[in-house]
Design a protein around this ligand. Structure first.
Ligand code: ZN
Ligand code: ZN
Length: 119
């Protein structure tokens, strides 16, 4: 008998949620919740999942946060769940970087406040 098995990872978007605090924007924003997980498969049929992690990404500054699983599950059931900044861990900082001078800028800036270069 020959068994073909292995592991893979998958990502699933769970929708956009309002009113999530963003450390970089300093206000509450809409964020995209996504679920990342690893799975074990036999003959390419997923048998079980493990290492499920939830991420939030700010639609305004593109910061990425890891969200505690309990809160993420609660949020996906009830969009009005209050998410506080202590439920989130920064994975990637927000804001864009000016290609000209490397200064941190906001995505809605048209000109870099540092060097005046058009973005
Ligand atoms: Zn943000
Ligand atoms: Zn610049």
């Amino acid at each position: 008998m020959f068994f073909l098995f292995g592991t893979g990872t998958k990502q699933k978007d769970m929708g956009r949620f309002l009113n999530i605090p963003c450390l970089f924007c300093n206000e509450r924003h809409t964020m995209l919740l996504s679920k990342h997980y690893s799975y074990f498969h036999v003959f390419f049929i997923p048998i079980f999942r493990y290492n499920t992690t939830y991420y939030l990404s700010c639609s305004d500054c593109s910061a990425v946060y890891k969200l505690v699983s309990d809160k993420a599950r609660q949020l996906s059931r009830d969009a009005l769940t209050t998410i506080e900044s202590h439920d989130m861990t920064v994975i990637k900082g927000g804001f864009a970087v000016c290609a000209h001078c490397g200064a941190q800028i906001q995505h809605d800036n048209v000109y870099c406040p540092q060097c005046g270069h058009k973005i």
